[in-house]
Design a protein around this ligand. Structure first.
Ligand code: ADP
Ligand code: MG
Length: 152
């Protein structure tokens, strides 16, 4: 499926892109946030939550595994699986229960729960390039591709 890459020169560019992305992501979608430590995954998540009207502090879920947000008419579950010792921890922690039609799931380090974490509708891959970030959007389904077309 076609993907799309753009350069985000600074944090403000990431937040502006997040605002655009926020307007097309809908409840029930699962989004993988791919990229190394410091690639800007949590920053993008903060931008999404701001755009969706969340005014509070967006904490990295590195230690808590998941942070949950009740927004206007839907929920956001923001996962960070970096500290998983084994993929089975996904089941032990009962994380499947956080997924439903009213929820957008944003998942950092999904590969740490390979085989257990729900499949993604879209992957947003970030990497450091010079002082900014390279951002690639990869839709995994025809429906996701259609929804994301304003961002592609
Ligand atoms: P991750 O969650 O991928 O580990 P963070 O979102 O915590 O990464 O971001 C790490 C750092 O990268 C932060 O200091 C943030 O300000 C910076 N950053 C995020 N996006 C960009 C960007 N587009 N250009 C430059 N720096 C960025
Ligand atoms: Mg992070």
């Amino acid at each position: 499926m076609a993907d799309y890459t753009q350069f985000l020169a600074d944090e403000a560019a990431s937040l502006a892109f997040a605002q655009k992305l926020a307007s097309v992501l809908k409840p029930s979608l699962t989004v993988y946030l791919a990229g190394d430590l410091g690639a800007g995954k949590t920053t993008l998540t903060r931008g999404l939550l701001r755009a969706w009207g969340f005014a509070g502090t967006v904490k990295s879920p590195t230690y808590t595994i998941v942070e949950s947000y009740e927004l206007d008419g839907f929920k956001v579950e923001h996962f960070d699986l970096y500290r998983f010792q084994s993929p089975e921890e996904w089941l032990d922690a009962g994380l499947d229960e956080l997924f439903d039609d009213n929820t957008i799931a944003l998942i950092e380090w999904p590969q740490m729960a390979a085989g257990f974490v729900p499949a993604a509708d879209v992957t947003v891959a970030l990497s450091v390039q010079d002082a900014g970030r390279l951002c690639t959007i990869i839709p995994h389904t025809e429906l996701a591709q259609k929804m994301l077309s304003p961002c592609l």
